[in-house]
Design a binder for this molecule. Sequence first.
Ligand SMILES: NC(=O)c1ccc[n+]([C@@H]2O[C@H](COP(=O)([O-])OP(=O)(O)OC[C@H]3O[C@@H](n4cnc5c(N)ncnc54)[C@H](O)[C@@H]3O)[C@@H](O)[C@H]2O)c1
Length: 274
Amino acid sequence: MSNDWLELKNKVVVITGGVGGMGTKFSEEFAKQGAKIVLIDMVEEKTKARAQELAQKYGIETLAVTCNTTNEDEVDAAVKAVIDKFNRIDVLVNTAAILRFSPLEDLRLDEWQAALNVNLTGYFLTSQRFGRVMIQQKYGTMVHISTVASRYPETYSGAYSTTKAAVNMMSKQIAAEWGQYGIRSNCVLPCLVKTPLSKNFYSDAKVEKGRTRLVARRRIGTLDDIANTVLFMASDRSDYTTGDEVTVDGGLNMMISDMIPKPGGRRQYAIDHH
Ligand SMILES: NC(=O)c1ccc[n+]([C@@H]2O[C@H](COP(=O)([O-])OP(=O)(O)OC[C@H]3O[C@@H](n4cnc5c(N)ncnc54)[C@H](O)[C@@H]3O)[C@@H](O)[C@H]2O)c1
């Protein structure tokens, strides 16, 4: 197998939420492959600094764009900046999203709308505007970061699951409408991953053990697990897969039956054996 099996070298890769926990890892891995990286995020200084750091570390071209993905004009300006610098876009990775905790009965309308705006409308706007360029090029790949919580409700998390379920459907619609233009669209569904945000949960060994035994693979996911899947789905190696949802959860969602206590006091295998 060649060292450049993914053939991502010199591809123009746009990552929204580019300096968040996942975005930072994705950009690092695409940079290692020699891709040209565009970081889109709302936090200006951090985004600029990170783009410079990647350029120096890997000797690649990078671009930092400060942009709120819910703002049509800012997304249009981001597309223009990418085209002005690179004259094309090969890969769009939609990552920018928010999660606000609230039980449904207390959820304020503005909180519901904020989640819909960033998680769904933001993903739509970037897909549509970068997608128009991809249609002209007759080539492009989209990877939308969704979550296993798009299939199962993430309780007390407001509109989060609803927005991500909608993203899954939007991705399928893109796949169906734009496949004829050489564009693919897939979702990646992570769950139980140690990220900068979630690592505090795992500082309690009991919590980590309790979570680990619910996962078929019997380990908590890493950012590498997610990034490896994202890079594969962004590459032409997955060229015949579109409109799909790739789950990266160590088999957690296969364990529902295993979690149900069995009759006669028999406990589930996972708890008995670990
Ligand atoms: N962290 C997890 O365990 C986990 C699990 C499943 C799915 N996900 C998904 O992964 C993605 C990234 O999660 P993360 O852990 O990196 O989150 P994060 O909060 O670390 O990063 C999100 C980034 O998006 C940016 N952002 C937010 N709103 C924006 C907007 N309107 N315009 C531009 N940028 C904006 C933020 O500034 C931040 O840098 C999300 O889509 C999330 O739903 C995360």
